[in-house]
Design a protein around this ligand. Structure first.
Ligand code: UDP
Ligand code: MG
Length: 315
C-alpha cells in the first residue's frame, strides 16, 4: 500500500495524567506531522478524576485526528486498551502509555518491521529508567515465571507497547475476555511477530498509576488466563505430602521423635498447602464466574471525535 494513504491508530490509556497529557499530545502531534502516514490518536480515559479529559477535549477542538473514549469509571489499564483497540480504524494499531515512557520514535522502527511483513511488532525493554529496584526485579521475575508456566510464547520484558496489523486487531476484537491480559492475547493470536528493542524512559510527569495492588492483579490475570500450572501444583504437593506421610510412618517404627513438635510442624505445613491450593482453585473459579456473568467488559460514557458509525458498542 502507498505509505501516504496508510492510517496508523495510536491508542493511549489515560488515568489521572493531567500533569503530562498535553506534553504527550504535543509530542505525538509533532511526531505524526513528520511521518508520511496519517495518524489518529485515540485516548481512552479510564475514569480519571483530574483534568485529563478536559485537556484532551480542548486539544481535540483544534486537531480532528485526536479522539476520546471516556469510561464511566476506572475499569483498569487492560480494559482501556481493549476498548481503544476496538474503536480503531487504522491499517495498523499502536498501543502505548500516555506518559511517554514509550518513545514515539520507536513507532518508526515498528512501522518499518510492519512494512517488512510482520503483523505484530512488540517493544522489548532493554532498560527501564526511573523505576524502583522493586518494580524492575518483580517485573523481570514475573515475565520469566509466566514464560515457564504457559504454552503460549509470551515474550520477555515486553509490556503493551506494540504495533499490530489490522488483521490481528480484527482477531482481538472477537475475543471478549473478562479480565484480559492483552499482551498474552496478542501472542496467542499468532501471525508473524517480532520485536524492536528500546530504552524505556522515565515518565514525563506525575507518578505511576500502577500500585502494587494493580500489579499483582495483572500478574494473576496473566497467570490464570494463560496457564493451568498452579492447578497442577495441588497434585504435586498432595503427592509429595502422601510420600512424606508414609515415610514418617515408616521412620517412626524405627526411631523415637519429638512427636508434639513434629505434629505442630506438620499441621502448619498441611494447612498452608491446603489453603494455598484452595486459593488457587478459587482464582480460577472466579474467572469462570466472571466469564459466565456476561456483563459488558467496560462502560463508555462518552466519545469525542468519532463518527457514529465508528462506535462498536452501537453495532
Ligand atoms: N492506566 C489506566 N488505568 C489504570 C492505571 C493506569 O488507564 O487503572 C494508564 C496510565 O495512565 C498509563 C498506562 O495506563 O498511560 C500505564 O500506567 P503507568 O504508566 O502508571 O504504569 P507503569 O508504566 O508505571 O507500569
Ligand atoms: Mg508508565
Amino acid at each position: 500500500m502507498d505509505k501516504n494513504k496508510e492510517l496508523i491508530s495510536i491508542v493511549l490509556p489515560v488515568f489521572n495524567e493531567e500533569a503530562g497529557i498535553e506534553t504527550t499530545i504535543d509530542t505525538l502531534e509533532k511526531f505524526a506531522a513528520n511521518q508520511p502516514q496519517n495518524f489518529e490518536i485515540i485516548f481512552v480515559d479510564d475514569g480519571s478524576q483530574d483534568n485529563s479529559v478536559k485537556l484532551i477535549e480542548k486539544n481535540q477542538e483544534s486537531n480532528q485526528n485526536i479522539r476520546l473514549i471516556q469510561f464511566s469509571r476506572n475499569f483498569g489499564h487492560q480494559l482501556a486498551i481493549t476498548a481503544g483497540i476496538r474503536y480503531t480504524k487504522g491499517d495498523a494499531v499502536v498501543v502505548m502509555d500516555a506518559d511517554l515512557q514509550d518513545p514515539p520514535a520507536v513507532i518508526v522502527d515498528m512501522i518499518d518491521k510492519w512494512h517488512q511483513g510482520f503483523d505484530v511488532v512488540y517493544g522489548k525493554r532493554l532498560s527501564r529508567d526511573g523505576e524502583s529496584f522493586f518494580k524492575k526485579t518483580t517485573a523481570s521475575l514475573f515475565y520469566r515465571v509466566l514464560k515457564r508456566m504457559t504454552s503460549v510464547n509470551i515474550p520477555l520484558d515486553t509490556g503493551d507497547f506494540r504495533l499490530m496489523d489490522k488483521q490481528v486487531v480484527h482477531q482481538l476484537r472477537r475475543m471478549n475476555e473478562a479480565d484480559p491480559f492483552v499482551r498474552g492475547m496478542v501472542s496467542w493470536v499468532g501471525f508473524k511477530q517480532t520485536a524492536v528493542t528500546y530504552e524505556r524512559q522515565e515518565r514525563i510527569a506525575g507518578t505511576s498509576k500502577y500500585p502494587l495492588r494493580k500489579m499483582v492483579r495483572l500478574a494473576m490475570d496473566g497467570i490464570t488466563s494463560f496457564s493451568s500450572f498452579p492447578l497442577q501444583i495441588a497434585n504435586w504437593l498432595g503427592s509429595l505430602s502422601i510420600v512424606f506421610g508414609i515415610g514418617y510412618l515408616i521412620a517412626s517404627l524405627f526411631t523415637t521423635m519429638d512427636t508434639i513438635h513434629f505434629a505442630v510442624f506438620a499441621l502448619f505445613l498441611m494447612v498452608g498447602i491446603t489453603l494455598l491450593t484452595i486459593g488457587m482453585l478459587g482464582s480460577y473459579l472466579y474467572r469462570v464466574f466472571e466469564a459466565s456473568r456476561k456483563r459488558p467488559l467496560y462502560i463508555v460514557s462518552k466519545t469525542v471525535g468519532f463518527r457514529p458509525s465508528r462506535d462498536p458498542e452501537s453495532q
